[in-house]
Design a protein around this ligand. Structure first.
Ligand SMILES: *[C@@H]1O[C@H](CO)[C@@H](O)[C@H](O)[C@H]1NC(C)=O
Length: 142
């Protein structure tokens, strides 16, 4: 079980690294890296925490971290200032590395995390997208 979990952890790294790589390419990719840079500065986040979040380690969590992830969701264009969301962007983003059914699953699974006005929503949405995307990626590639 331990080995299985660390195996998934490794795959998570690979999958999300791939997401970031793909997101950074192509002229129509939304600027996820730019969002990370912007929010890291705005919140004076410790780089160790940013890196952990990037690779799907959600063990560290406090109000600052929650607001940081909310900032990420907004700056990257997933969520607007009025807490509505861009479905096209979310499906498109997930669809860069998942089959269409997988991308739809990310959306369906995580959509009810939107539409509240607390930072906790941003955190849970980010965690949900990350975890669902990784598990969809794993189930379609292994
Ligand atoms: C939603 O995202 C898509 C894909 O990036 C973009 O083309 C569209 O302009 C966005 N919609 C709004 C209302 O910002």
């Amino acid at each position: 079980m331990g080995a299985f979990e660390s195996g998934l952890g490794l795959l998570g790294w690979v999958a999300f690294g791939m997401v970031l790589l793909l997101a950074g390419r192509g002229c129509h990719a939304q600027d996820f890296k730019g969002a990370i840079d912007h929010c890291t500065k705005d919140f004076e986040m410790d780089m160790d925490i940013v890196v952990s979040l990037k690779y799907g380690d959600f063990t560290e969590r406090d109000p600052l971290i929650e607001c940081f992830t909310e900032c990420l969701m907004k700056k990257s264009g997933f969520m607007y200032d009025d807490y509505t969301y861009n479905k096209t962007l979310i499906i498109g983003f997930a669809g860069r590395y998942l089959e269409p059914e997988g991308a739809q699953a990310v959306y369906d699974n995580c959509i009810d995390r939107f539409g509240q006005t607390v930072c906790v929503t941003g955190f849970e949405m980010y965690q949900c997208i990350h975890e669902t995307a990784v598990s969809e990626w794993v189930s379609s590639n292994f």
